[in-house]
Ligand binder design. Structure first.
Ligand SMILES: [Zn+2]
Length: 379
């Protein structure tokens, strides 16, 4: 008798993993264009996300996106806290169009020039209002191939002056469509890694704009008395100062200002004492740039709420918005909270969603408990 054929049950359809909400927010914020001085689109994206949880939003005179979430305090003398995360990214500026149609460029902010070679870029013509237009041209960054390099050249990093953007156009067409002063950004879609980690451009510091969005979202569900100004600040990467942090401190006149900016995460070739574990919580910085009462309260809040955190001692300037906040006006008590990021200032800056979530929760709870904070210096 013939054996009945065994039927194999059809395989269950593979379940698509739910996209991580935090990383989707980070993706929306990081994929917009916004090198320092040309942040308009990035600031609008930040404004749209902050607006979901704020009472008021606006773009200020220098281009920062300012969101206000009012506290429940009464009266005209209102206590205010400023949160600042910079919205600008590092980018490239076209300085010359060569006879062959190749574009020479310089950096806006400090790129790791070793990683520029072979990158795909978008070249964005800039409007007469100084805004990157919707129009963009694909290009790649080329340089002399190893075959033509002297021994000395192949042993050293190719200097920025020897790199160029190839947009595939002849000089005539390139000069018609692109002008000196237009900008370029690295074309790097966000890559999802395992364990809710992600890599991409502009994580520094738009992942921290996401922290502010989350902090406001938490605060919507609770009572808090202080007014909260969350500002996506412009022009932090310039190197000469943190323009958006400075101007918004004057504008808001806060009682406390907290910068949120990435710190270096652990990676194989970096010294352990200079980096912080990715995925083990944001760092709370301490040192001369930060007010001890703010630092202490942040630490206490993290402990009380059982939020994983790491202590980051910074002996000198922090190189963040906290520098300008601290010395603006008659001086503002400053704090700094930093999610660790790997490969800073490359197109694959890497974050862990958990650190972004924890930083958002930490700031929300810190703000909720501000009523009894004492900022006077004491023994
Ligand atoms: Zn930064």
């Amino acid at each position: 008798m013939p054996q009945p054929k065994k039927t194999i049950p059809p395989a269950a359809p593979e379940k698509k993993p739910e996209p991580n909400k935090t990383l989707e927010l980070v993706r929306r914020l990081t994929q917009t264009v916004g090198p320092s001085g040309y942040e308009h689109h990035a600031a609008l994206a930040a404004q749209a996300e902050l607006a979901k949880h704020a009472d008021e939003v606006r773009i200020d005179k220098v281009g920062s996106a300012v969101a206000l979430k009012r506290g429940c305090q009464k009266g005209p003398l209102r206590k205010k806290i400023l949160l600042a995360a910079h919205v600008d990214e590092i980018g490239l500026l076209v300085t010359r169009i060569e006879p062959g149609g190749f574009l020479r460029f310089t950096e806006i902010g400090g790129f790791d020039t070793r990683v520029l070679l072979g990158q795909e870029v978008w070249v964005h013509p800039v409007s007469r209002h100084g805004v990157a237009t919707e129009l963009k041209y694909p290009g790649i960054i080329g340089a002399k191939p190893p075959h033509f390099q002297s021994r000395e050249e192949s042993d050293s990093v190719i200097p920025l002056e020897d790199l160029y953007i190839d947009v595939g156009m002849d000089a005539g067409t390139a000069r018609q469509r692109i002008t000196v002063g237009d900008i370029a950004t690295i074309r790097a879609p966000m890559v999802l890694l395992k364990n809710d980690r992600a890599a991409g451009k502009a994580m520094d510091d738009r992942a921290c704009v996401a922290v502010m969005v989350q902090a406001l979202e938490h605060l919507r569900k609770v009572n808090h008395s202080w007014d909260v100004y969350a500002v996506a600040t412009v022009q932090e990467e310039e190197g000469w100062g943190c323009l958006g942090a400075l101007t918004s401190t004057y504008n808001v006149r806060p009682d406390i200002g907290i910068a949120i900016d990435g710190t270096h995460a652990d990676m194989p070739v970096a010294a352990e004492h200079e980096t912080f574990a990715l995925g083990k919580g944001p760092t709370i910085a301490m040192g001369p740039n930060l007010h001890p009462a703010v630092v202490e309260r942040l630490k206490q809040t993290a402990r009380d709420q059982e939020i994983p955190w790491q202590l980051e001692p910074v002996a000198g300037v922090t190189g963040t918005d906290a520098m300008d906040i601290q010395v603006a006006l008659e001086g503002v008590p400053a704090g700094l909270v930093s999610p660790p990021m790997r490969y800073m200032h490359t197109p694959v800056e890497t974050i862990a969603a958990a650190d972004i979530d924890r930083a958002g929760r930490l700031l929300a709870r810190f703000i909720q408990d501000l009523d009894d904070i004492k900022l006077e210096w004491q023994d």
